[in-house]
Write a protein that binds this ligand. Structure first.
Ligand code: ATP
Length: 488
């Protein structure tokens, strides 16, 4: 079981959160009003990084695979969608309140954290029997039993320190709102809690109009909303977040092979992006959701322990079959190779863009200390780094700014480039390190004579002299997605 810690206990996460805020990556939403819990805004460098990650995922899906196309479905969907998908009836988390502190918790998380504490103290068997008991009670939907487990174990509220608990209740995580301007006619609709259903309801539209043949996939990136009971750990668990999901439609009976293939492909993708193998692991689900016949998570070792970043699920024909029943519209595919109609089975890969962002930031955040000096920098893969190069005239005179501006103009249509001429060159290097710019290009007096510049490399701080005419090629090579695609 993964070790769990609260953010207050985790110094590294705290450093990353303050770095993200101070250097323009992530701010709390509507901060001047003291923020809104579990909602965040991305700043100048954050949005570039996030867009690069999304584009990398999108192009991996729609270009590296030649049988995947994309869609962009609406956030609002017909309310019956969520009946058919099972979200109205069962997209719940069990919650419990402490009567003294008035704080609300996820009952299952309280038990899991208690078990993790026991495990850390060496009481492994007790921890295992506790998590097994929890799984049995949740499976049987025995909420009174979950409450008994919490009180019998003497689990206390970390705020009040008491065990004065309410009953455990189910809490539906979907946000609802009213559509229609006249109150009497208005009907309740939901903000989508996952993007997948927009793909399922469009399965036949896409299959027919893009002339796809099974096996094929549909990819989508978009916002999803969940009224998470406890939102913690920065952008790890948000109430408004972005998902990148791909549903791969296959012939029934072949789904478990495809499931393995996708699990391996997605793992290779994370490795190709530079995440160390030791920080990634696959975790098979012991308890499967009602719609799945196999499921696993790809977990990353965040500062607060190994946690899910991506889910790979074999969803059978559950969703399409259920939409067929509720809509009374056939969701079948005619397979010319075997001359048969069937409802395809589905393998899903689902990753949160914000969680991938947090993974990338945690991986990149580097503090280097030697006897002489210490340095903090963000070691992003150049392909996703928010700024690719900073062009820095070493002095603000003698025609150097003009020469530097010429270089900016020659590069800026292809790369995100920064020009900066104030402060010492050392300070300017430091500033670029803090936002993870892979190349600093210094323009000096020699540049005016021979059209060469100094490139300073972020990770090694080494410097080399190169011709201006080489810059475009060098940056293009280092930042191209192609090098990542080739490793998948
Ligand atoms: P968890 O167990 O962490 O709640 P989940 O199993 O409910 O996640 P899925 O429904 O499988 O998550 O969603 C797929 C992906 O969407 C997750 O792997 C994660 O990257 C992302 N995700 C889910 N919920 C959130 C959230 N509240 N905030 C940010 N990302 C999320």
């Amino acid at each position: 079981m993964a070790k769990t810690e609260t953010p207050g206990e985790n110094a590294q996460l705290k450093d990353i959160i303050s770095h993200a805020k101070e250097y323009g990556f992530v701010y709390p939403s509507s901060e001047i009003y003291d923020g809104l819990q579990a909602v965040y805004d991305y700043g100048a460098y954050g949005v570039e990084l996030k867009n690069n990650l999304k584009r990398l995922w999108w192009e991996t899906m729609t270009r590296v695979s030649d049988n995947i196309v994309g869609i962009d479905a609406a956030i609002f969907m017909h309310p019956t969608t969520w009946k058919a998908s099972g979200h109205v009836d069962s997209f719940n988390d069990p919650m419990i309140d402490n009567k003294d502190s008035k704080k609300r918790y996820r009952a299952d998380v309280l038990v899991e954290e208690h078990a993790a504490k026991l495990e850390n103290e060496g009481q492994v068997e007790k921890a295992n029997s506790l998590t097994a008991a929890l799984a049995r009670l949740l499976e049987a939907e025995d909420l009174a039993g979950v409450r008994d487990l919490i009180t019998n174990e003497g689990i206390k509220c970390p705020i009040s320190g008491t065990s004065n608990w309410t009953d455990v209740r189910q809490f539906n995580l979907m946000f609802s709102t009213q559509v229609g301007s006249v109150a009497e006619d208005a009907s309740t609709i939901y903000l989508r809690p996952e993007t997948a259903q927009g793909i399922f309801v469009n399965f036949l539209n896409v299959q027919k109009t893009a002339r796809m043949k099974v096996p094929f996939g549909i990819a989508q990136i978009g916002k999803a909303f969940r009224n998470e009971i406890v939102a913690r750990q920065f952008i790890f668990r948000m109430r408004e977040f972005e998902q990148m999901e791909m549903q791969f439609f296959v012939r029934p009976g072949t789904e478990l092979d495809w499931y393995q293939k996708w699990a391996d492909t997605r793992m290779r993708w994370h490795l190709a992006l530079g995440t160390p193998a030791a920080k990634l692991r696959k975790h098979d689900h012991e308890k499967l959701a009602h719609y799945a016949n196999a499921a696993m998570d790809i977990e990353f070792e965040f500062p607060f322990g190994f946690k899910e970043v991506e889910g790979i699920h074999s969803r059978t024909d559950f969703d399409l079959k259920s939409h067929q029943e509720y809509s009374k519209k056939k969701q079948q595919y005619f397979d010319p190779e075997i001359n048969q109609n069937y409802i395809p089975y589905v393998i899903e890969t689902s990753i949160g863009a914000d969680r991938l962002f947090l993974l990338t930031l945690c991986n990149a955040y580097t503090e280097e200390k030697t006897e002489e000096k210490s340095r903090t920098y963000l070691k992003f893969h150049p392909a996703v780094a928010p700024v690719k190069a900073a062009i820095l005239p070493i002095v603000k005179k003698d025609g150097l700014p003009e020469k530097a501006q010429e270089i900016v103009d020659a590069l800026k249509y292809d790369f995100n480039i920064i020009y900066e001429d104030s402060g010492s060159i050392g300070k300017r290097y430091t500033r670029q390190d803090l936002i993870g710019t892979p190349f600093c290009i210094a323009v000096d007096h020699q540049t005016l004579e021979d059209n060469t510049v100094t490139i300073r490399h972020r990770d090694t701080t080494e410097q080399e002299r190169v011709a201006i005419s080489e810059l475009h090629g060098r940056i293009a090579e280092a930042t191209s997605f192609r090098r990542i695609f080739e490793k998948i």
